[in-house]
Design a binder for this molecule. Structure first.
Ligand code: KIV
Length: 271
């Protein structure tokens, strides 16, 4: 007797199909098993293990310090949690820029050791040979254009990108190259909404925006930011869907009081 098991896991093909169907794609970051389980159970389409872990998990100012080993460590927990969502792991700074060969080697390592479904890479034409090679050997790649935080030192900050015509033209050109190379999706970060709309219409792969307006095929946010855990960070594009910082501090405050006034643990909570 054969048992039919329905496969409800997202795949890159399903993500592409969502664009064809006009169905919006919801993506969030996660960096650990517990929160990724909740995000997955809530029905998210894709989880990004972003190198934003450098900021929200490790407390660094920039994403640059993350290593391949650290990204693999975090991604393993997320992959164990994801029953439905497609898991994408950011390739950290320095892991794909030096040479095509080194980039491909690191992408293979990330896929093999973390169990993720795809990698994400910042940049356009400059990193195209590595991206092409990865896709040729079976590593699904998500591109990332616009504000690319790994280039913060070159940009001199996290301001809006592609405001000027020359940069907007390069971005559109890069997006077409990534699409032609076979990227299954492209992230567009912090660019004018009108440009994001042009890019979304110009490429066949889904475009996932962050600070790029609502004409893209989907949206991504950093989980800690949208949950309101990260109080100091509130750019214009960010919406707080919860205020967990207050919830957490309230709960911790109650715990401290209960420990100090001996109301915790109670007789019922003791053996
Ligand atoms: O690292 C990250 O979380 C990202 C998103 C902001 C797109 O790249």
């Amino acid at each position: 007797m054969s048992v039919h098991v329905q496969n409800t896991r997202m795949t890159t093909a399903k993500v592409r199909q969502m664009k064809q169907n006009g169905e919006k794609i919801a993506m969030l970051t996660s960096y650990d098993f517990t929160l990724a389980s909740l995000v997955d159970e809530a029905g998210i389409d894709m989880i990004l293990v972003g190198d934003s872990a450098s900021n929200v998990v490790c407390g660094n100012q920039y994403t640059l310090p993350m290593t391949v080993d650290e990204m693999i460590f975090l991604t393993k927990g997320v992959v164990r949690a994801a029953q439905h969502a497609l898991v994408v792991c950011d390739m950290p700074f320095g892991s794909y820029q030096v040479s095509e060969e080194e980039g491909v080697r690191n992408a293979i390592r990330i896929l093999k050791e973390s169990g993720c479904d795809a990698v994400k890479i910042e940049g356009g034409e400059e990193v195209l040979p590595a991206i092409r090679h990865m896709i040729q050997i079976g590593v699904p790649v998500m591109g990332h254009l616009g504000l690319t935080p790994q280039s913060v030192n070159q940009f001199g900050g996290y301001g809006l990108r592609a405001k000027e015509e020359a940069e907007a033209d390069k971005l559109l050109h890069d997006a077409k190259l990534l699409d032609e190379a076979g990227c299954f999706a492209i992230t567009l970060e912090k660019i004018p909404a009108a440009l994001a709309e042009r890019v979304t219409q110009a490429v066949s792969c889904p475009v996932i925006g962050i600070g790029a307006g609502n004409a893209t095929d989907g949206q991504v946010l950093v989980l800690h930011d949208m949950l309101g855990l990260n109080q100091g960070f509130k750019p214009k594009f960010l919406r707080h869907f919860a205020n967990l910082a207050e919830e957490v501090k309230g709960a911790v405050g109650s715990y401290i009081s209960a420990v100090k006034d001996l109301s915790f643990p109670s007789a019922e909570e003791s053996y």
